[in-house]
Design a protein around this ligand. Structure first.
Ligand SMILES: [Zn+2]
Length: 153
């Protein structure tokens, strides 16, 4: 049977019935409870599953590599989809980007076509960083930009 992992953004706009097993990590369930998507939970069958630590680690590493900013729930959903070889259902482009990079199958109401990589740049001296924060030279907050470097991946 086909497996799906759903995130909050997808559940909020879900219309069609999914033919397969639906999995949610506890972090996503928590997030859903605070949104109108919680009403949709009662209409679907799902299992709660926590992703294994090595998959969580893999997602965090990839997220750092691409300069993506993800919530705990985002990381858990991606890790679970990777672990279960499930289709990730999300409308979040940042999550789709990570999924594409790692070869996780995904779909959503809208999907990205190309992997995006972000860099963090100091607006004063122009030094590039791979993660958000402050410039070590100037002490100002870094700005996120889409990287146009060639040899991606
Ligand atoms: Zn600087």
């Amino acid at each position: 049977m086909k497996k799906f992992v759903i995130d909050t953004s997808y559940l909020l706009r879900m219309k069609k019935h999914l033919n397969g097993e639906i999995y949610l990590p506890p972090e996503v369930l928590e997030e859903i409870k605070s949104t109108p998507a919680k009403l949709k939970l009662s209409s679907i069958d799902y299992s709660i599953k926590k992703p294994s630590i090595q998959y969580v680690k893999k997602i965090k590493e990839t997220s750092t590599k691409l300069g993506a900013i993800l919530s705990k729930a985002d990381i858990a959903a991606l890790a679970l989809a990777l672990e279960l070889n499930a289709v990730l259902l999300t409308n979040d482009f940042t999550m789709q980007n990570i999924a594409k990079f790692l070869g996780i199958k995904y779909t959503g109401n809208k999907t990205i076509k190309k992997i995006i990589r972000w860099v963090f740049i100091c607006p004063i001296c122009g030094k590039e960083y791979h993660s958000p924060g402050e410039c070590e030279r100037c002490g100002v907050k870094l700005e996120r930009r889409v990287s146009h470097h060639k040899n991606q991946k």
